[in-house]
Design a protein around this ligand. Structure first.
Ligand SMILES: [Zn+2]
Length: 296
């Protein structure tokens, strides 16, 4: 079942596919955790399906079965770690050449399009300019501005909308995650998959609940800024982000200069934390000390 906030886009694309007016190069952008891959996968399956209905793929034809088995010969992805080089992109383009093995369409998905090197981007340009009739390229990114303008101008761009709070709560409940507070959803920027990841068992990183507990202990003098900072140093960036958001909200409420300075301190710390090799525990101790004196 397609999540509610993604469904309208899938239906719109499906409609245009059936009218043979779907653009051959789509760029889906949005912050991490909004479901770009989920949408792209469903769309790819629909593009390849042999009996598309107005709801999307049929789930029953030969194409859908191959797709579900992870075995579709006309479906390709260019997955990258840090960078996507020119050879990988050329390889992907090569796979799109020729007729589709199932006699229908071909799809190439580039999940992290912003990791393409300049040479890789340039290699892709020609394909974007002159796509063959039954070929579709789906580019995904959480950093749209990192793409070359020439790539951007040749794609039809769609931003994945951020779902409303209640939509996220309902969707998480359907995944078995009940009792998720609005504060948690806000803490993860309303990105449903990021919230889900943070809640799943064995999730790496610091959960928002863990953060709230630690801050409560700090305010109650049960833990010192230093010991908390040492414990949280690997999550310093996230902790400072949450603290800044809380401090900013408090300042909006109080308009007190101490609260403004606390928020400013967080902002400075986020900048410092971007430098490689900095002592995160020291920076975080400095920030947490501000809040131990001036509670949130
Ligand atoms: Zn099908």
């Amino acid at each position: 079942m397609m999540p509610g906030w993604l469904r309208p886009l899938l239906l719109k694309f499906t409609d245009r596919l059936r009218l043979r007016s779907l653009h051959h190069a789509l760029l889906l952008s949005g912050i991490a955790g909004t479901g770009k891959r989920v949408l792209a996968t469903a769309l790819a399956k629909t593009i390849l399906c042999k009996q598309v209905s107005d709801e999307g793929s049929c789930g029953q034809c030969q194409s859908c079965l191959l797709f579900e088995a992870g075995n579709h010969p006309d479906y390709h992805q260019l997955v990258s770690e840090k960078q996507l080089g020119v050879d990988a992109v050329r390889g992907g383009i090569q796979k799109l050449a020729g007729t589709a093995q199932l006699g229908n369409n071909k799809v190439l998905v580039i999940p992290d399009a912003d990791t393409m090197t300049e040479a890789a981007s340039n290699a892709l340009l020609k394909t974007l300019e002159e796509p063959t009739v039954n070929t579709y390229l789906l580019l995904l990114t959480s950093r749209k501005t990192a793409l070359l303008p020439t790539i951007l101008s040749r794609c039809e761009k769609h931003d994945i909308p951020l779902p409303a709070e209640q939509t996220v709560i309902d969707w998480l409940a359907a995944q078995g995650m009940t009792d998720v507070t609005p504060a948690t959803i806000k803490a993860y920027g309303y990105a449903p998959y990021t919230v889900l990841d943070s809640l799943q068992e064995g999730a790496e990183g610091l959960s928002f609940t863990g953060y709230q507990q630690g801050i409560a202990d700090l305010m109650g003098n049960k833990e010192s800024p230093r010991s908390l900072a040492v414990r949280w140093q690997e999550h310093a960036v996230q902790v400072v982000k949450w603290l800044q958001s809380d401090a900013h909200e408090k300042y909006i409420r109080t308009l007190h200069s101490d609260d403004y300075l606390a928020s400013l301190k967080c902002q400075q710390a986020s900048v410092q934390l971007q430098h490689p090799g900095v002592n995160k525990a020291v920076i975080l101790t400095g920030v947490l000390s501000v809040f131990s004196v001036n509670p949130l």
